[in-house]
Ligand binder design. Structure first.
Ligand SMILES: Cc1cc2nc3c(=O)[nH]c(=O)nc-3n(C[C@H](O)[C@H](O)[C@H](O)COP(=O)(O)O)c2cc1C
Length: 456
């Protein structure tokens, strides 16, 4: 019988040594199983981060354009039976180290879309799919964050067509016996995939706030943080966020805007970022959905500012809102990402004003301005403008974004066309789009389906 191959990605960071005894127990359990284990401690690797260029689909199909250890890890995963992600539960999501490597795995999918479990997902590139097991560690039990983590892992299992999955959250101060038992069970358990209904309910919960927020006594200062790593073309996140910022400015707000790609990865840039955060009354995060969550840069930013927010007491709590856009036509894919922002607000004492979720961002915004783009280049986005206007008006008063905004954003963009037909059109149009993009890079249709990491 073939020995089982397991790949373990250790996503702990420099300050997480207190979590390592849990990793030792997990390793102990794995060794007992007799499997071959390949471990990658991510903090010891210098890994480039995804810049959202899609080169891994249209230039070098199946291989990330960044020539570093990320390629070796992707290959190991393709050839494995089980992938284990070990991470501190970070605002209900993964650590930035796990996010960074996860985003390098999109070449394991094909650019083409299909319907899968009732929603649009990418088709898998390989016939064989690794089982996904994610182990999140908390220092203090937090059920809301643990449940969010489990949901996120389930959404990842769907997205990557995992053969099966399990998500477990443990507390690092639990007894070794208890940890052994929890981890042993997780390694063999088959969790149920979360339905789209669960994601939709979560999306409503990220706007419907039970707490009423006081109206601000006048215009304040808003900081837009753009988390898209795109460098070659204008990001949809930047366009959406800047539109809202302009609306705030027209209502007397002082505004400033920063891109994480330009600031976070430079030492002095981090100081500027923290100073800008300190100045703001309202922080607006605008980012693309990356693997069902916030992009690496945005997670790294939240990790960096959380201790700062907790140690620098503010005269009045800052407000937080977020705008996400994703590739698939359904907006509810964004729910875990917005819930992570909400959890971040709860963990750092910020006031959560809600999140906006837009599906099919590349088609509806397509790097073009919200107002004034040539009409022939994209479907009508009147509903998006309406939603942004309502959200801007409430944010200007410092109040919670109403739930109807996300209902508007989730609408079919083409009048009288039912959502199912819009989704079908989307899949067909994308099919042509990727072939054209590949041809522009001298890549044939056949080469799009390459399987560079398949075992021979
Ligand atoms: C690494 C990566 C991961 C992505 N993951 C998802 C995903 O899980 N679900 C989804 O619907 N779209 C996903 N997308 C698509 C982006 O969300 C989409 O392209 C978005 O419009 C980009 O926005 P931006 O221009 O603000 O960067 C992903 C794109 C990349 C590059």
């Amino acid at each position: 019988m073939r020995t089982q191959k397991i790949v373990l990605l250790d996503g702990t960071g420099a300050g997480d040594d207190d979590l390592l005894p849990v990793l030792d127990i997990l390793m102990d359990e794995l060794h007992r199983s007799g499997a071959t284990i390949q471990t990658f401690p991510l903090r010891g690797l210098t890994l480039g981060s995804c810049i959202g260029c899609f080169g891994c689909w249209i230039k070098t199909p199946g291989i990330c354009v960044e020539p570093d250890a990320g390629r070796k890890i992707a290959q190991a995963i393709v050839q494995s039976d089980m992938t284990i992600l070990f991470t501190p539960v970070t605002f209900g999501g993964y650590s930035s180290a796990i996010k960074n490597i996860q985003e390098r795995f999109i070449p394991l999918a094909l650019p083409d879309f299909e319907m899968y479990h009732g929603e649009v997902h990418h088709q898998p590139r390989y016939a064989r799919h690794s089982r996904l097991v994610s182990i999140g560690v908390q220092r203090q039990s937090n059920d809301a964050a643990a449940n969010l983590f489990k949901l996120l892992v389930g959404r990842n299992a769907l997205n990557f067509h995992a053969s099966s999955y399990a998500a477990e959250v443990v507390v690092n101060t639990a007894t070794p016996e208890h940890l052994h038992q929890q981890l042993h069970t997780a390694l063999v358990r088959h969790d149920t995939l979360p339905t789209s209904q669960v994601a939709k309910s979560l999306l409503s919960a990220t706007t419907a706030s039970s707490k009423s927020v006081a109206v601000m006594d006048g215009p304040g200062r808003a900081l837009l943080i753009i988390g898209s790593p795109k460098v070659k073309t204008p990001s949809n996140s930047g366009i959406l966020g800047s539109y809202v910022l302009e609306q705030l400015q027209q209502r007397g707000w002082t505004t400033e805007s920063l891109t994480l790609r330009g600031n976070l990865l430079r030492g002095e840039g981090q100081t500027e970022l923290l100073a800008a955060v300190d100045r703001a009354d309202l922080m607006l995060l605008a980012f693309p959905l990356y693997i069902d969550s916030l992009p690496f840069l945005m997670m790294k930013f939240l990790e960096a500012i959380a201790p700062h927010l907790l140690t620098h007491s503010q005269e009045r709590p800052k407000r937080l809102a977020a705008i996400t856009n994703n590739g698939f036509p359904e907006a509810h894919h964004n729910a875990p990402a917005l819930a992570i922002c909400q959890q971040f607000a709860a963990d750092t004492g910020m006031v959560w004003l809600g999140g906006l979720a837009l599906g099919a961002g590349e088609v509806l915004i397509g790097g073009q301005p919200i107002v004034g783009a040539p009409q022939a280049e994209r479907p009508p986005i009147l509903h998006v403008i309406q939603a942004l206007d309502i959200a801007s008006a409430t944010l200007a008063k410092g109040q919670t974004i109403p739930t109807e905004v996300n209902q508007l954003l989730a609408k079919t963009p083409i009048p009288l066309v039912p959502f199912g037909l819009w989704r079908w059109l989307f899949i067909r149009l994308a099919h042509q789009y990727w072939r054209q993009e590949a041809a522009d890079n001298q890549v044939s249709e056949e080469a799009l389906f390459a399987q560079p990491y398949a075992e021979v």
